[in-house]
Structure formats: C-alpha cells, structure tokens
Design a protein around this ligand. Sequence first.
Ligand SMILES: Nc1nc2c(ncn2[C@@H]2O[C@H](COP(=O)(O)OP(=O)(O)OP(=O)(O)O)[C@@H](O)[C@H]2O)c(=O)[nH]1
Ligand SMILES: [Mg+2]
Length: 301
Amino acid sequence: MPRGLSRVFREFVEFLAYKEVTPESFEEASSRLLLELVENDVAFDAAEGVISRLRERVIGQRVKRGISTVEFIRNELGAVLLEIFEKAGSIDLEQEASKLAGKGELYKVVFLGPNGHGKTTTIGKLAFRLRLRGLKVVIGAADTFRAGAIEQASRIAASAGAQLVSLGYGADPAAVAYEAVEVARKRGFDVVLIDTAGRMHTKKNLMDEMKKIVRVVEPNFRVFVGDALTGNDAVNMARAFLEEVGFEGSIITKYDADTKGGVVVSVVYATSRPVLYVGTGQRLEDLEPFDYRKFVESLLQ
Ligand SMILES: Nc1nc2c(ncn2[C@@H]2O[C@H](COP(=O)(O)OP(=O)(O)OP(=O)(O)O)[C@@H](O)[C@H]2O)c(=O)[nH]1
Ligand SMILES: [Mg+2]
C-alpha cells in the first residue's frame, strides 16, 4: 500500500534536487517536510530529529560524480531513517522461543498496551505463528476485567491451537499469569503468552498491577501493542509504558488501514526498541514480521 510518508519524501527529494543544496534551500524544503511528516503521524521530535540529521549529512556535501542530486538526497534520507531503526536493534522472537524450546525451557511473553489497540487479537496471531513452528503455546487470560475478555481469549486460543489458562473474571491478573506459567511448565509447553487488560497510562493502580504481573512472570520479552490508527496517541502511550513498566519491543496493529506510515518510525524513535511485527488485518494469519530495510526502501521508492 502506498503510504502518505512515501509521497512526502518523494516531494522533498524532488524539490531539493532542483536546487543547489544550500543552507537556504534546505531550510525552505525542510520546513515543509516537517509539517508534512507531522501530518503523516511522525511525532514532532522524530520529525525534527530526522531533519537535523539530514541537515548534517547533506549541507556542504559535494554530490559524488555519477549520481544525481535526487539519488544523493534520497540515499542520505534513507541512511538517516535506517540509523533510527538500527539503533533500536532487532530481535526474532519466534527464533528465540524455538531456541529456548530446544533446551527444554519456557519462553514467556507479556503483552501490554492501551485498551482496544489489539493485544488479544495479536496474541492469537502470534500463537498461530508459533504453532506453525511446532511450538506448544499457552495463553494466560490475565484480562479478568473487561466484559467478554475471557470468552474472546478462549475463542482465539482455540482457533490458534493454543491452551487457555483462566481463573475467571475478577481474579488477580498476576495470579492468572502465575498459574499460566505453572501450567505451561508442568505440562511441557514451550511458550506462554500473557494477555492483560488494556489500560490508560494515567491510571496508577493499573500500571502497578502490570508491574506485578511482570514481577511474577519474569518474562523473556515484554511487548507493547500500539494501534497505528491512533497516530500520536500510540507514540505517547509507548513512551509512557516504556517509562512505567518497560518493554523490549513493539507490535503495531491496524497497519492494513494506516495510509500514513509515520507511527512505526515514531514509536521506534521514541522508544529505541524495535518493531517486531505489524498487524495487517483481523484474521489469524494477518501478522507480518516487520522488516525495516524493506520499509525504508518502500518509503523512498
Ligand atoms: N484491521 C485490523 N484490525 C485489527 C488488527 N489488530 C486488531 N484489530 C481489531 O481491533 C479490535 C480490538 O482488538 P483487541 O485485540 O480486542 O484489542 P485489545 O488491545 O485486546 O483490547 P482490550 O482487551 O479491550 O484492551 C478488534 O476488533 C480487532 O479485530 C489489525 O492488525 N488490523
Ligand atoms: Mg484484550
């Protein structure tokens, strides 16, 4: 899907390429770029960061013989974007889980994020992918709060071929998480995925509950799930969850309906943590490993 961000970059590159790259022409082009990036869900600080790195790289630089100015600027822009993703590192969660399973150890993942951003659906999708690798998966229904949450988790677990562990509504979420880990250990499962109730970062007791779950589970990985369609909100939430609870990586959902593309860049920029997957629809199969090189390439085509 062509994203707004790719048009913004193309126009910037073309505009600048017509002129000699002087500090003046760069400022003219980049002030427009800043606005357009923000319009396409790139957080303000991320947009500023991209522009200032780019400024350092292009002003006063001689364009090498044999490449056009367009190519030069496009390459430099690509390098700046890649740098953001490379700084955040990368991890193959499925491979890590397989590796531990090979040693007979349990891989534990806790999901966190605001309500409605897609945690439970994403757990089903990830469970499905892990099952395809032959791993045995437990889902812990630690959202004991929202009406229908356990039924939803139960349906999702069944369709993904995972085992659900639940203690019913109103149970202490940390107790459910603990039980899920115990069941997984005792019955020789490979992976446990803990679903949690969506929460606002402003609710202190909910954040404390989240921390308690993390203390009890001692997860190998904490995943933040953020909805691309909420734009800056997802970025602010990611920042808040990182500060309050901490996490190792993100999954960005509803990428299929996102016409802009800036949220992925902003979340990575704000958290210095990789995006592992993007959600590309509502079905079990709709989870794709996120390849930042391909992403940057597609933005600069
Ligand atoms: N189009 C699309 N829809 C998605 C995607 N991921 C999740 N959804 C939809 O988003 C809605 C909310 O998803 P849930 O998984 O229930 O979200 P949640 O974070 O568990 O919500 P709470 O449990 O209330 O906190 C559902 O209707 C999902 O089908 C995605 O990648 N693409
Ligand atoms: Mg849920």
